[in-house]
Ligand binder design. Structure first.
Ligand code: HEC
Ligand code: HEC
Ligand code: HEC
Ligand code: HEC
Ligand code: HEC
Length: 388
């Protein structure tokens, strides 16, 4: 089972993935002599010369921005003060050996002879997932076939070694799941997406990360930052207990958010915050003072990551219900219900505190990252229900 044939012979998906993601990745070494400059290049634009659709998609994805100012701004000082930790960030944010300015050398770090600063700034590039020792790896053809159609040496970049490993959630695991000995709070790993998925009905039904995040093999990887993606995973419902209330009566309104198509906890990380709210507005559209009530969906942790404050995330199939009650004192009242997503709530607080302490030479970049986190919130649901 799980066997497949590559140019190198029989292998298992597990064996392939262990080798493919063994950290730190080895440098590519010299390209085969027959490679053109274009084939030898690891830059995403070089791949895009022949694979323009993937390049166009990737450019819009967060994988292409994984060395954005929030990460790069922290690394400036960290590479000096704590190189070990800084280098660990690269394993997920810019994983190629050619992307890190330093290499570990015992407890210290030394200059990296194969460092390519321009490539380093590009984050999770095509080659990070597809190229090892200048050999291309990719999924089976869409018809499921694995074997080359022509002698490898006659194809651009000597063809592709195809493996079903690219179709599996385990392919994403090395960066979206901490290992069992990784950092945990309240007995739960800080990053646990693969295991949340593994415990869900989606794993039992064979629905992989790629089926939701790379539909039709597209390289978009939409997630918590995308309103359409978030809506696609939820079923949101709002209703009032009765169609009309009289002044003096207690109104009752219910807002329900059910996780129906999210393949892991909603949200999976400690960084987003989702707020369900209900409030009353009067005839003039003004909010009635004091009438607002909220319910939060988040795994909230302290800024220093010392403590988990609470965990109200929704596992697949679970729902959050805001039951709202209020005695109305006038006619013309409507309930306003909404669900607002703050994708970077933790980072907003984190960058603010970093700037307050002094972010050193990374300051300008951290300011830029803070501005971006403040702009990322959006509304996924908004409705008014007449009550009186
Ligand atoms: C000069 C053109 C050219 C360049 C540059 C190029 N490729 Fe390719 N690539 C091809 C062709 C042609 C095929 C189809 C080969 C086959 O069918 O075996 C292919 C196939 C692939 C496949 C398998 C696609 C499939 O249909 O399943 C992957 C993955 C891939 N390339 C990745 C890359 C990456 C990553 C880069 C940059 C580091 C790159 N390629 C650069 C021409 C190119
Ligand atoms: C080499 C490490 C690595 C691999 C492999 C990887 N990712 Fe990511 N992924 C990241 C990093 C780092 C980010 C965060 C980028 C940022 O915003 O800085 C990310 C972001 C994402 C996001 C966006 C999350 C959001 O906040 O909206 C999604 C979705 C995602 N990855 C899905 C996948 C899937 C599916 C796979 C497997 C096909 C995968 N990733 C493989 C490192 C990786
Ligand atoms: C095991 C893989 C992994 C490692 C190691 C890792 N990250 Fe990340 N990081 C991620 C993923 C996945 C995301 C996306 C999470 C999300 O969507 O909220 C992310 C998001 C971020 C973000 C927010 C997005 C952005 O681009 O601003 C910052 C900042 C960040 N990481 C900094 C770091 C730093 C600094 C280190 C090293 C101390 C580090 N990360 C190590 C996987 C990793
Ligand atoms: C996070 C890892 C990751 C990155 C980064 C990435 N890919 Fe892919 N790529 C995949 C996976 C996984 C698949 C298979 C998806 C599937 O079949 O569901 C794939 C499939 C492909 C295919 C086959 C598409 C098809 O229609 O059969 C090509 C070609 C390709 N990638 C090229 C690229 C290029 C070019 C880039 C950069 C612009 C890139 N990839 C970046 C993971 C990645
Ligand atoms: C059934 C569809 C589905 C599957 C399977 C799935 N996801 Fe998601 N994922 C979503 C939806 C919908 C969102 C947006 C809501 C959210 O953020 O939870 C999302 C969001 C994310 C995010 C954004 C960060 C966050 O805090 O939520 C990441 C990262 C991610 N997924 C990675 C993965 C990985 C890795 C796998 C496989 C182990 C996977 N997803 C499997 C549907 C899916």
């Amino acid at each position: 089972m799980l066997g497949f044939v590559t140019a190198a012979g029989a292998d298992t998906i597990q064996e392939f993935l262990v080798r493919h993601w063994r950290q730190p990745l080895a440098s590519q070494g010299p390209p085969p002599g027959r490679f053109s400059t274009l084939e030898a290049s690891l830059a995403p634009e070089a791949c895009g010369a022949c694979h323009p659709a993937q390049l166009a998609d990737w450019r819009t994805s967060l994988h292409s921005r994984s060395m954005g100012p929030g990460v790069a701004g922290q690394l400036v000082e960290m590479l000096e003060s704590d190189p070990g930790s800084a280098l660990s960030c690269f394993t997920c944010h810019a994983p190629l050996a050619e992307q890190a300015p330093r290499v570990a050398d015992g407890a210290r770090a030394r200059a990296n002879p194969v460092y390519d600063a321009a490539l380093g700034a590009r984050g999770l590039v095509c080659a990070g997932c597809h190229v090892r020792a200048h050999q291309r790896f990719g999924p089976p053809r869409r018809d499921g076939s694995l074997t080359p159609t022509a002698p490898l040496e006659t194809l651009p970049h000597n063809g592709v070694t195809r493996t079903p490993a690219f179709l599996r959630s385990e392919f994403c695991q090395s960066c979206h799941q901490f290992t069992p000995d990784g950092f945990a709070l309240n007995g739960k790993l800080l990053e646990n997406t693969y295991r949340e998925w593994k415990a869900s009905r989606f794993a039992r039904e064979g629905v992989q990360c790629q089926d939701c995040h790379m539909p039709d093999r597209r390289h978009l990887w939409r997630g918590i930052h995308d309103p359409e993606m978030v809506r696609s995973g939820l079923t949101i419902d709002a209703s009032a207990g009765a169609s009309r209330y009289r002044p003096g009566e207690i109104v009752s309104v219910t807002l329900t958010v059910e996780s129906t198509r999210v393949g892991h906890a909603f949200p999976t990380y400690v960084t987003p915050r989702v707020v369900l709210s209900a409030e009353l507005v009067d005839q003039a559209g003004e909010v009635i003072a004091g009438s607002r009530q909220e319910k939060v969906i988040a795994r909230e942790v302290t800024l220093d990551l010392a403590r988990e404050v609470g965990d109200t995330r929704l596992m697949p199939g679970a729902k959050a219900v805001l039951r709202y009650q209020w005695r109305v004192d006038r006619a013309g009242v409507r309930a306003r219900l909404s669900v607002v997503v703050y994708p970077d709530e933790f980072y907003t607080r984190f960058f603010e505190s970093l700037l307050a302490q002094g972010a050193g030479r990374g300051e300008a970049q951290i300011r830029e990252a803070l501005t971006a986190t403040r702009r990322s919130p959006f509304t996924v649901f908004d409705r008014e229900i007449p009550l009186t």
